[in-house]
Design a protein around this ligand. Structure first.
Ligand code: GLN
Length: 283
């Protein structure tokens, strides 16, 4: 089979399996099998595949057809231009979270001295590591309730050589973080799916992202409720929180924060023009 035939057949198979963007998925998988940049495939449409290449491609397309995320098959995910290793121990980083990262590093870089930021539920470490890279003076506390996730995050910090500036802390919510830590910023993309809705998510998410990284309690708002009530005790006087929220949660989250004496300073919209990041400080 040639490159072009392989792409076409794989894309047809993935279409039948309900995969979104089947052609793009087929191309990205084949590009990796052949160790080529994706665009080079277009110059090599007539190239025949070797048997080993066909076998590997078949195996990967089959996995993708079972709705395993592309990032798990390829072993990594790009976040803010950096490569992160991901597997089923952590949530696959999402593009909207890049908006949170950008707002956070801009804020950290505007602070004097060595600001301290806490990443609430670090997962793959995509936020913690990106902030350490983009805000070279900050120190990062990366917390997670999952020891498995912390292992992934630590590995990603080592790859990017910022493990010396990140403390990884196994913590259920903030219990293991010293109260009065005087953080300049708490960032987080907490689990925000309502428990009942988890079973209705796409298979890539429902079957392959850890439930712990998704489930935000009965109404999905458990972590915002907790942070609204408690996070103030860990912040410095001018400290802020920047939180990603689920689609449609802005009014509820704003209300929770305002009830606990927070001022919502900004809402950042995602690529679909929906409010996704809430920035708040203490009154
Ligand atoms: N902080 C990680 C991310 O944004 C993990 C978030 C989570 O597991 N809910 O991707």
């Amino acid at each position: 089979m040639t490159v072009l035939e392989t792409i076409q057949r794989s894309a047809e198979f993935l279409t039948r399996k309900g995969v979104e963007s089947p052609r793009l998925n087929a191309e990205l998988l084949l590009a990796r099998v052949l160790s080529l940049p994706r665009m080079r495939l277009y110059l090599e449409f007539e190239r025949p595949l070797a048997a080993a290449e066909t076998d590997l491609m078949r195996e990967w397309v089959k996995r993708r057809g079972l709705r395993e995320p592309l990032q798990h098959i390829l072993g990594g995910s790009n976040f803010c231009g950096f490569e992160f290793r991901v597997d089923s121990r952590v949530l696959v980083p999402r593009p909207e979270t890049e908006l949170l990262a950008e707002a956070a590093w801009q804020y950290l870089n505007s602070r004097e001295g060595e600001p301290v930021v806490l990443d609430y539920g670090t997962g793959s470490g995509c936020l913690a590591v990106t902030l350490a890279l983009k805000a070279p003076k900050c120190r990062v506390l990366a917390i997670d309730v999952s020891p498995d996730a912390l292992e992934v995050a630590r590995g990603n910090a080592q790859v990017h050589k910022v493990d010396g500036r990140i403390s990884f802390i196994l913590s259920d919510r903030l219990v293991a973080v010293t109260p009065g830590a005087k953080l300049d910023l708490i960032v987080g993309n907490p689990p925000y799916i309502a428990t009942e809705e988890v079973s209705r998510l796409e298979p890539e998410v429902r079957l392959f992202d850890p439930l712990l990284a998704l489930n935000g309690g009965i109404d999905g708002l458990d972590h915002y409720r907790f942070l609204a009530a408690e996070a103030g005790g860990w912040l410095s006087e001018s400290g802020k929180v920047m939180l990603e929220i689920g689609d449609g949660q802005e009014i509820a989250v704003r209300e929770l924060l305002e009830k606990q004496n927070w001022i919502v300073e900004a809402e950042i919209k995602d690529y679909n023009q929906r409010p996704r990041i809430i920035v708040a400080c203490q009154r």
